[in-house]
Write a protein of this length. Structure first.
Length: 179
């Protein structure tokens, strides 16, 4: 009888009464699986908010110059006269006071950034005005040579040029004006 019961239970088991549980696949991980795999959304958002604090980076004027950024002026650029702009370009070494009394484009040795086309236009305009001034001076003193007038004018002019300006010295060597 025991044998019969064992055989009957085996027969019933083979008929499908006992079967494996159904497996359901889900495309999303559970919260425990997300934590185990390193997904900490709330914590990550909180850390991002705390770690990002928008603020300016403190830089010195020398660091700005090294980056090629013009120093910020307290005056509006539209209020600057040609003389102010010339002084700035002379100190930046973008232009220089030549030995002949004319301004010279020295953009290759320029410190920082400057609009090259704008500086060339400014140099041409100022050089034209200087040439016109020298002709007028020669008309007032026809006995003096034009070269002597230019040399005398340049000597007087250089006394008033801003400190650090780029000036052509002996043997076509450029140097900053000392004060």
């Amino acid at each position: 009888m025991i044998r019969v019961l064992v055989l009957a239970s085996l027969a019933l088991a083979s008929l499908g009464c006992i079967g494996a549980p159904e497996i359901v696949m889900v495309d999303r991980a559970t919260a425990l699986e997300q934590q185990a795999s390193g997904s900490f959304g709330d914590l990550e958002r909180k850390l991002n908010r705390v770690s990002v604090a928008p603020r300016p980076v403190p830089l010195t004027p020398k660091q700005f110059e090294a980056l090629g950024i013009k120093p910020v002026r307290f005056t509006d650029a539209t209020e600057l006269t040609d003389a102010d702009r010339i002084d700035g370009l002379l100190v930046q070494h973008c232009i220089g006071e030549g030995r002949d009394g004319l301004l010279v484009d020295t953009y290759g040795s320029c410190i920082g950034t400057a609009d090259h086309e704008d500086s060339i236009e400014l140099v041409q305009r100022v050089n034209g005005a200087r040439t016109q001034l020298w002709r007028w001076m020669h008309e007032q003193r026809p006995a003096a040579s034009l070269d002597d007038l230019r040399r005398t004018w340049r000597e007087a002019h250089l006394r008033g040029v801003v400190c650090g300006a780029w000036i052509e010295g002996e043997a076509e060597r450029w140097e900053a004006k000392r004060c």
